[in-house]
Design a protein around this ligand. Structure first.
Ligand code: 4AD
Ligand code: MG
Length: 432
C-alpha cells in the first residue's frame, strides 16, 4: 500500500493509502464516530473513524489515542462533501507508533515563558510551523537570487581573531595557547578577501552578538547573509539589495499563501512593498524626524522608536544612506563630496519592523583604512591581512548583510523575533 504525505492527498482520492504523522487533536462524534485531526510535516487532515466501517477491533485502537501520539493511518482520501479544496481521510485501520503522555501545551493560553521553556514542543504549533516554513522559503529565495546573479557561496569562519562590528558585543572563546578567539559578528571582512578571487560572493550562517538588549528584534545568535561584490559602488549596492528583497517577497507570497493566511499577515500590504524603495540621506531623515517633533541631532543614530517613524508614511522599505562617519563602522568608505560622511546604507522595513540590512561601499584606500583602524584602537596585527587587500590590487567594492530573522519577521508579520528561529538565543535564555 502506498505511503503518502498529507499534502499529496488530493492526488490519491479513492485509493487506500498510508500516512505517518501525529495526532494534533481528536474529538468524539458519537459512540461510533471519532474525528482525528492528523498532521505530518506537510499538512493537516481530518481523519474520520466510523465503527461500522472499521469494525470493532480497529475502532478500539482509535479510542486509545492521545494528543501528539504518533501513528500510521490507513484509509481512503475523499473530497469534502461541501468545502472546495478540502479533503478528508476515511480510516480503515491505524498502527500506533507511540502513545503520547499528557501533552503539556493545551488549548488554554500559555505564558511566553512557559512556551519558550517548551520550545522543543511549541515548534509543533500551527503558527510556529508556519513561521518555520516561511523561514525555509526566505532562506532559499535569498540563495536562489544570489546564485542566479553570479554570486559564489563563500563560507566565512565563525571563530575569528578580530571584531568586525565593534568590540562591545563580542563573545569570547578560549582558544588553546593563542588566547581568546571571538565568535563572528559578520563574515564581511573575510568576504572582502573572497571577492578578490571570485568577484561576487556571499556567506549565510549563524553570527553572534553579546547584545545586552532585550527587545523584540534582538537575538544573541542570529543568521546573517553577507554579500560582497568587486567593482560595485554605493548606488549599485542599494540596487542589488532592492532587487533581492523584492524577489524574496514575491517568492514568499507565491509559495507560502497558506502560512501567511494562518499568521493573518496582511498580504496586500506586503505586496505594496514590491515597488521602488525610498532612498533618503541620514541628514534628510533627521530633518524629517525633527519636523515630526522628535528631539534628535544631526550626529545621532536611531533608536527603535525613530526607526518606526522613518517608515510610517511609506509602504516600501527606506534606505537611509550617507551617515556621519563617527556612528558607523571603520570599514565604510568616505563620501568624496563630504568626508565627514560614509557611503553606508541601512534598509529599514515598513510597518515598524526596523533595520533589516546594513551595508556600505568599503574603504579601499590603504592609508585611510589604516588610520581608521588605529583610531578604533584595534590591534593592527589582527587586521594586517585585511589591510593587505588594499595593497594588492585594491578595487572599489561594496556589500551588505541581511539579518535573516528580521527579514522573516517583517515578511511574516510576526511581532517577536524569538518565533522565527527554531531555538532562539537571548540574553536571558539558552535552554532548550
Ligand atoms: O548592520 P549590521 O551590524 O551589519 C554588519 O554586520 C555588516 N558587516 C554586514 C555587511 O555589510 N556584510 O548587521 C546586519 C543586519 C542588521 O541590519 C540586522 O538586520 C541584523 O543584521 N542584526 C540582528 N538581528 C538580530 N539580532 C541582532 N542582535 C542583530 N544585530 C544585527
Ligand atoms: Mg546595522
Amino acid at each position: 500500500m502506498k505511503l503518502i504525505e498529507v499534502k499529496d492527498i488530493r492526488d490519491n482520492i479513492g485509493e487506500e493509502v498510508r500516512i505517518k504523522g501525529w495526532v494534533k487533536n481528536y474529538r468524539k462524534g458519537s459512540s461510533k464516530l471519532r474525528f482525528v485531526i492528523f498532521r505530518d510535516g506537510s499538512g493537516i487532515v481530518q481523519a474520520v473513524a466510523f465503527k461500522p466501517e472499521m469494525g470493532e477491533d480497529k475502532f478500539e485502537k482509535v479510542k486509545q489515542i492521545t494528543i501528539e501520539s504518533s501513528l500510521e493511518i490507513i484509509g481512503i482520501p475523499t473530497k469534502h462533501p461541501k468545502k472546495e479544496d478540502v479533503y478528508e481521510f476515511q480510516l480503515t485501520d491505524l498502527n500506533i507508533i507511540n502513545i503520547a503522555d499528557e501533552y503539556p501545551i493545551g488549548k488554554k493560553e500559555h505564558g511566553v515563558d512557559f512556551l519558550l521553556s517548551n520550545r522543543h514542543l511549541w515548534l509543533r504549533s500551527p503558527s510556529q510551523n508556519a513561521a518555520l516554513k516561511i523561514r525555509h522559503t526566505v532562506y532559499h529565495a535569498i540563495s536562489e537570487y544570489l546564485n542566479e546573479n553570479g554570486f559564489y557561496r563563500f563560507d566565512s569562519p565563525i571563530l575569528t581573531p578580530n571584531a568586525s562590528e565593534g568590540t562591545t558585543t563580542l563573545f569570547e572563546v578560549p582558544y588553546f595557547d593563542i588566547g581568546p578567539a571571538f565568535l563572528s559578528q559578520s563574515g564581511q571582512l573575510y568576504l572582502e578577501a573572497g571577492i578578490m578571487s571570485l568577484g561576487k560572493v556571499y556567506d549565510f550562517g549563524p553570527v553572534f552578538r553579546a547584545e545586552k538588549s532585550k527587545t523584540r528584534k534582538h537575538l544573541t545568535e542570529f543568521w546573517m547573509m553577507d554579500a560582497e561584490a568587486a567593482f560595485v559602488e554605493h548606488e549599485e549596492n542599494m540596487d542589488i539589495q532592492e532587487e533581492l528583497i523584492r524577489f524574496v517577497i514575491r517568492k514568499v507570497i507565491e509559495r507560502n499563501k497558506k502560512e501567511l493566511e494562518l499568521l493573518k499577515r496582511d498580504v496586500e500590504q506586503l505586496k505594496k512593498a514590491d515597488a521602488h524603495f525610498i532612498r533618503m540621506t541620514h541628514r534628510e531623515v533627521i530633518k524629517m524626524l525633527k519636523d515630526k517633533g522628535i528631539d534628535i541631532d544631526y550626529h545621532d543614530d536611531f533608536g527603535a522608536a525613530e526607526e518606526e517613524m522613518i517608515t510610517e508614511d511609506f509602504d516600501v522599505p527606506v534606505f537611509v544612506e550617507k551617515w556621519p562617519k563617527e556612528i558607523k563602522s571603520f570599514y565604510m568608505k568616505r563620501d568624496k563630496e563630504d568626508p565627514d560622511l560614509v557611503l553606508g546604507a541601512d534598509l529599514i522595513a515598513p510597518e515598524g519592523f526596523g533595520e533589516i540590512i546594513g551595508g556600505s561601499q568599503r574603504e579601499d584606500d590603504h592609508e585611510i583604512l589604516l588610520n581608521r583602524i588605529k583610531r578604533e584602537g584595534y590591534d593592527l596585527k589582527d587586521y594586517q591581512w585585511f589591510l593587505d587587500l588594499r595593497k594588492y590590487g585594491s578595487v572599489p567594492h561594496s556589500g551588505f548583510g541581511i539579518g535573516l530573522e528580521r527579514l522573516i519577521q517583517w515578511i511574516s508579520g510576526i511581532k517577536h523575533i524569538r518565533e522565527v528561529i527554531p531555538f532562539p538565543r537571548m540574553i536571558n535564555r539558552i535552554n532548550p
